[in-house]
Design a protein around this ligand. Structure first.
Ligand code: SF4
Length: 235
């Protein structure tokens, strides 16, 4: 079991990615008033976030008992044929802490919709960056440079995405115990604090991560984020 803490500077999302989450096309700067709100949201992020992560290495055989979850995965779930080919698996969960989520709720309750929406976007970007930093810290346990060898790639796969049913969170939480860093699993299988990310880090030959995203459930996918994730792997 490995618990990791880091400074908020290390997980600050790119401004361009935050603007993208807010619907601004690439290379577009918002009007001055909105730009000031974005600056304030970044300042608030650094005052409220308390990033932490937990991970544990598990065998493919053990993940065989976690993967089926409650029997509701899509038969074409992306991860199903990938994880048995992995060289290494690690369960992982990260969180920005409760103060970030409480602040988002308070801002919406106060009808400060514009700032609340922008701060929510900064926090979402920060949670994704934190998941990346946690994966990097995990890789550094095996290579001081924190890099996979040539031809090897690591990606995080999460319950609730790409055919892995969100109820799979329960089996993942039973094994990983993210309560140790303050993450609680709600009856709905959502996490509290809300700005948390969980999943399994799959390390193996780059080829095992490659697939054509034309599964039935892809029709409802707004982000098509798998394309960027696959492209991020060095050949
Ligand atoms: S298109 Fe969306 S749902 Fe389909 S594999 Fe890619 S990220 Fe997952």
């Amino acid at each position: 079991m490995f618990i990791h803490e880091c400074a908020t500077r290390g997980i600050e999302p790119d401004r361009s990615s935050v603007l993208g989450l807010l619907g601004y096309p690439a290379d577009t700067e918002p009007a001055d008033g909105i730009s000031d709100l974005v600056d304030r949201a970044f300042e608030l992020f650094h005052r409220t976030a308390a990033p932490r992560g937990i991970s544990t290495v598990i065998s493919v055989d053990e993940f065989d008992t976690i993967w089926p979850g409650e029997g509701m995965n899509d038969p074409e779930a992306v991860l199903g044929p990938i994880y048995p080919l992995a060289d290494r698996l690690a369960l992982s969960a990260v969180t920005l802490g409760q103060e970030v989520s409480d602040t988002i709720t308070r801002l919406f309750d106060e009808n400060d919709f514009a700032f609340a929406t922008i701060f929510d976007a900064v926090a979402s970007g920060g949670a994704d960056r934190l998941a990346d930093v946690m994966m990097q810290a995990h890789l550094e346990r095996f290579d001081p440079a924190g890099e996979d060898p040539p031809g090897i790639g690591s990606l995080l796969y999460s319950p609730g995405y790409c055919g892995w049913h969100v109820s799979g969170q329960r089996a993942l939480f039973r094994r990983l115990q993210p309560g140790q860093i303050g993450i609680e699993l709600l009856e709905s299988c959502l996490m509290r604090p809300s700005k948390s990310v969980s999943g399994v880090i799959v390390t193996g030959p780059v080829e095992i991560h490659r697939f054509v995203p034309d599964f039935g459930y892809c029709a409802n996918c707004a982000t098509k984020s798998c394309r960027e994730r696959i492209a991020s792997l060095a050949v």
